[in-house]
Design a protein around this ligand. Sequence first.
Ligand SMILES: *[C@@H]1O[C@H](CO)[C@@H](O)[C@H](O)[C@H]1NC(C)=O
Length: 244
Amino acid sequence: MLLPTLIFTLFAFSSCLKLPPSFQKCNRKQPDLKECLLNAAQNGLFQLGRPILRDFNIPSLNPAKVVEATISSGTGPVQVEQKLRNCEIRGLPLGRLDTFDWDFDAKSMHFGSFFSEVNGRCEYDLDGKILLLPIRGTGSAVVLMTNTTLNADLRYEEVKKAHKTYANFVSSEVTADPGHVYFHFDNLFDGDKQLGDNINRLVNENWREVFDDVRDGYIEMLSRIFLQYLNNLFSKASLEELLD
Ligand SMILES: *[C@@H]1O[C@H](CO)[C@@H](O)[C@H](O)[C@H]1NC(C)=O
């Protein structure tokens, strides 16, 4: 473990290198380009979870950090705005990419993926109603999504810098369909255990209705993470460097 770390570190300091050499390259003209891109993307996603990338100034995707987010009130059972802070989302680099399409002319990417476990932990602050009952509290919350099918459509613009072309991602449309979602809010009602346990139980008994009502808020958060990490990666490596 020490040796690769040392080499990577030296490499990072000795040049203005952008991406680790362990990122796979594909050739636009190779007959199995689609397969090559799928493998490269899968491999790249996995590497994003490894702390070694810090040497390249690429923050780890495990956990992905979101400093602040607001999940708006739903139109159904969730009549409460969730203010979230210091979120850490784990499990994204372990996703399985089932499809990956990169359309160079349309400047778009599409991927279809499956995540067996994505675990978000945030500090929360909420005061409103859920399933017609009052809910109020501040503390730490966990949202665990399992067996999630996730599709994303990404669009980018090409930016020229020093005779090289960089992709700047401008939009991300995500759909997420979890097999199950588990919620837990710590310290509801100033730590009243009985009230807190009741609400947590009720929320979990009705997890699908609850999730569906605030799905857009969670998806927005995932979209932001994808854009942030993609732009970080693609601002370091030009398209010429990524593709032959
Ligand atoms: C996820 O899917 C697997 C395989 O279909 C299943 O065995 C498992 O129970 C599921 N997990 C949850 C928490 O739904």
